[in-house]
Ligand binder design. Structure first.
Ligand code: GDP
Ligand code: MG
Length: 596
């Protein structure tokens, strides 16, 4: 297709504002997906995506659209909708010339509306503002058209109105996409350059790489090179998705499609990298490539220790499909053999864990997640700590922790509650704007460790669900952090060590000591549970001693019953872990680690 007949766009929206539904309607109206084959959220292919109603991986689909007797080729690139995947979002945006900015006509602008709009503006995209769900009785199109127009600086009459559900206005929107978005430009005679905006592992075909061609041309059977690694591969297949993969004779300037080279690992085909022709390589890679950087680490252990080899193989398999996943073996006194795993964020952690449990039939326990700290010890060495066990003993010169720039949007009545919450999470207010009379945008700098685990739930409950949140990494800051250890009769239980702010050390220590007191059965001797910072004890509980005689429970002489009991006790022993001389059922550790 000649570039002037191509339009590349994405839909950006706050979660639940109807992006997937609108995409479905476009597929239907352009005839790409037949009525019969239509299922909701056609583009959300992964089970977890469909169940949770979120988009994790982006996909691209090509749609023909005739506008004023000319048939155009529209490439719709679906972007992931969660902060954990901001980098993937920014690469999908970089593959487009324009964005449909979709806002729920009954909700108005939310935090991710803004975050995505800013990403789109950074990528110089033409923005088409659209109100969705105008069929809803609660829709307030006048009010929110004004809000949206104010945000992007256009006239309220230029804000389009659609319903992804009924299809109303969607044809007009497709025509506007053709009319308003610029056609791609690029040099057809230059050496090939194509940007990778997604890469997915497929069991049968190996890695399928999604690209947008900027310059030149890619053709089947030629040798291509990845510019970040210089690795070369033969292009076994190249094609477009419409809505299923169709091989083509090549991709030219502005075109969007997929490549297959037979590689088996998405790490060999990384999002953000530039593909070129190895015989006639481009001089410079396209800008913006970045290695995925894990932000949150957690230990993952099989509940049944004999599942360890299955877990290892499962991680090796998942890694093929997930360039951001990193892990290394780890052992724990309490939990046995497992892995230290790095994730982009909590959603990424949950997805990986869910896939391991579901696709590989594993029962897993994860330790308290932590962010990455840089600890400078007295002699000037800097230690990167991804696990509390790596936290250095002795004198520490300084510790830095990652921080984020957070954007919170809420009705103005919640300003006080939000400030209180952010204060308790060590946040500092950076700015505040009223988007309209009753809606306020607040910007905070917050430690990642304070926002990543349960902040969103706390925010929702303090604002009755009316606040929305988005954040992005914003460097590091120094902080007064300590490692709190939990000791059973003087021995540290590694799985419970945690790095926390000094002001929160006592609260963490007491919480864990109290929890464990209730979970660990009495022993033949008294067992102290202590929380400590280094050698200093900050909290203590005791488990009182008992003489435990199971057989005493059996009155009478029923010998077979006694034998059964003894056997049961032996079984239980197998799952007992020894911490020093204290016997702890593994269930106690698991219960102490499970969040509730
Ligand atoms: P996404 O998270 O932005 O992809 O949103 P979805 O497309 O999954 O939609 C979120 C919810 O809003 C779903 O329950 C949809 O059925 C509903 N929805 C989406 N578009 C419309 C619309 O135009 N009208 C109405 N009434 N509901 C819609
Ligand atoms: Mg969706």
């Amino acid at each position: 297709t000649p570039p002037d007949l191509i339009r590349n766009f994405c839909i950006i929206a706050h979660i639940d504002h109807g992006k997937s539904t609108l995409a479905d309607r476009m597929l239907q109206i352009t005839g790409v997906v037949e009525e019969r084959a239509m299922r909701a959220q056609y583009l959300d292919r992964m089970d977890i995506e469909r169940e949770r109603g979120i988009t994790i991986k982006s996909q691209a689909v090509r749609m023909p659209w005739a506008s004023e007797d000319v048939t155009y080729c529209l490439n719709m690139i679906d972007t992931p909708g969660h902060v954990d995947f901001t980098y993937e979002v920014s690469r999908s945006l970089a593959a487009c010339e324009g964005a449909v900015l979709l806002v729920d006509a009954a909700q108005g602008i939310e935090a991710q509306t803004l975050a995505n709009l800013y990403l789109a503006m950074e990528n110089d995209l033409t923005i088409i503002p659209v109100l969705n769900k105008i069929d809803l009785p609660a829709a307030q199109p006048e009010k929110y058209a004004a809000e949206l127009a104010g945000l992007i600086g256009c006239d309220p009459s230029e804000v389009m109105r659609v319903s992804g559900k009924t299809g109303e206005g969607v044809e007009d929107l497709l025509n506007e996409i053709v009319a308003q978005l610029p056609a791609p430009t690029g040099n057809a005679d230059a050496p090939a350059r194509a940007m990778i905006f997604d890469s997915v592992y497929d069991t049968y075909r190996g890695v399928v790489t999604y690209v947008r061609v900027i310059d030149g041309q890619l053709s089947p059977r030629e040798k291509i090179a990845m510019m970040s690694t210089k690795a070369t591969h033969e292009l076994l297949e190249i094609g477009v998705i419409s809505p299923e993969p169709k091989p083509s004779r090549g991709l030219g300037v502005g075109e969007v499609g997929y490549l297959i080279t037979g590689v088996k690992d998405v790490r060999q085909s990384r999002v953000g990298d530039t593909v070129t022709n190895s015989a006639k390589p481009a001089a410079d890679a396209l800008g913006g490539y970045r290695d995925p950087k894990p932000m949150v680490f957690s230990g993952l252990y099989p509940i049944d220790g004999s599942d360890y080899p299955i877990l290892r193989d499962a991680l090796d398999r998942l890694k093929l499909n997930d360039a951001a996943l990193v892990y290394e073996p780890e052992t724990s006194v309490a939990l046995g053999f497992g892995f230290r795993v790095g994730f982009l964020g909590m959603l990424h952690l949950e997805i990986v864990r869910e896939r391991l449990e579901r696709e590989f039939n594993l029962d897993l326990i994860s330790t308290l997640p932590n962010v990455v700290y840089e600890v400078e010890v007295d002699d000037g060495r800097v230690i990167t700590v991804t696990n509390p066990s790596e936290f250095p003993e002795g004198k520490i010169a300084q510790i830095t922790e990652p921080v984020v720039r957070a954007t919170l949007l809420a009705p103005s009545e919640f300003v006080g509650a939000i400030m209180e919450l952010c204060q308790s999470r060590r946040g500092s207010l950076r700015g505040m704007d009223y988007l309209s009379e009753d809606r306020v945008e607040m910007r905070y700098t917050l430690p990642l460790a304070e926002i990543v685990f349960d902040f969103f739930d706390a925010l929702k409950s303090k604002t009755r669900g009316y606040a929305s949140l988005d954040y992005e990494p914003d460097g590091e800051q120094t902080a007064d952090l300590v490692k709190v250890d939990i000791l059973l009769q003087g021995d540290t239980v590694d799985a419970f060590s945690s790095i926390v702010h000094r002001d929160k050390a006592y609260a963490y220590g007491t919480m864990m000591a109290t929890k464990l007191k209730d979970l660990i059965p009495r022993q033949q001797f008294e067992v102290p549970i202590q929380a400590a910072i280094g050698a200093r004890i900050i909290a203590r509980e005791n488990i009182r001693a008992i003489r435990k005689d199971v057989l005493a429970k059996c009155y009478g002489g029923d010998i077979s019953r006694k034998r059964k009991l003894l056997e049961k006790q032996k079984e239980g022993k197998k799952r007992m872990k020894m911490v020093g001389s204290v016997e702890v059922p593994q269930e106690a550790f698991i219960a102490a680690l499970s969040q509730d």
